[in-house]
Design a binder for this molecule. Structure first.
Ligand code: ADP
Ligand code: MG
Length: 255
């Protein structure tokens, strides 16, 4: 693992009207590291992922990928949002996996995985199809290439969504509660795929309530509350010996 951070959040602020959703969040991800983001509902975890992915503009601070500020061009103290094309290029550095899969229902598994490369990266359909088959095989779906989302279990749909994220060759994978919508017996197959990606060296930021999983996979666990990071560090310390009463209560409530 390199020491230079791949991704750095510096005092990020995000407001919705008067409401402060992110209140000065600073975080660094080293290349090849896995960070698990935990915290109560409404603490700002999804908002944090959405700001990183440029789905939400920020109101203060900065987000830097390999030192490049995302979302803005800066001129002294003055900054303005980057143009659409630059924003799209920057966002392509991130692969997002949502709680609710978000597959396109009238496209097969293969077509769902091909869509980004063909439409956004301008890839050739044959090459994109071959890549989709490779990725679906990698997530254990070699026998489901031509199935539609409705013909797949939730766990299989989520694995298609992971293959779709990988197809864009992102620098960072963002997962927002990837197993929360799944029946209990389907959680393990999705977590196993994410574990394998960690072994392969992907840099990942994962929002999860699966604390045993976080303990296994994370290099760092970050706990949020009320739009702030209240604790962060190695999983053994944060999960087993949290310093704050807030974190102790939260871990007791989810385990
Ligand atoms: P978490 O993912 O930790 O449950 P969120 O990031 O989804 O929390 O939300 C953090 C807070 O921001 C919540 O109080 C939520 O209601 C608020 N929020 C999120 N998105 C919006 C939005 N688009 N407009 C207004 N408030 C929002
Ligand atoms: Mg959320």
């Amino acid at each position: 693992m390199s020491e230079e951070p791949l991704l750095r959040l510096q005092e990020v602020e995000k407001r919705f009207g008067e409401f402060v959703a992110l209140n000065g969040v600073s975080l660094t991800l080293r290349a090849g590291s896995v960070t698990c983001l935990v915290g109560p509902s409404g603490s700002g975890k999804s908002t944090l992922l959405r700001t990183v992915n440029l789905l939400e503009p920020i109101d203060g601070g900065g987000i830097y990928l390999r030192g490049e500020m995302l979302g803005f061009t800066v001129n002294g103290d003055h900054r303005r949002p980057v143009r659409k094309k630059a924003a799209r290029r920057q966002a392509a550095n991130f692969g997002m996996v949502f709680q609710s899969f978000n597959l396109i229902p009238h496209l097969t598994a293969t077509e769902n995985v091909m869509l980004g490369p063909v439409q956004v990266l301008g890839a050739d359909r044959t090459a994109a199809g071959e890549q989709a088959h490779e990725l679906l095989t990698r997530v254990g779906l070699a026998d489901r290439f031509d199935h539609y989302p409705a013909e797949l279990s939730g766990g299989q749909q989520q694995r298609v969504a992971i293959a779709r994220a990988l197809a864009m060759k992102p620098s960072v994978l963002l997962f927002d509660e990837p197993t929360s919508a799944l029946d209990a017996e389907l959680v393990a197959e999705v977590l196993a795929v994410i574990q394998e990606l960690a072994r392969e060296g992907y840099t990942m930021l994962i929002v999860t309530h699966e604390l045993a999983f976080a303990r296994d996979i994370a290099d760092e666990v970050v706990m949020m509350d009320n739009g702030r990071i209240i604790e962060s560090g190695p999983p053994e310390r944060i999960l087993l010996h949290p310093a704050t009463e807030r974190a102790q209560k939260f871990f007791a409530s989810v385990s």
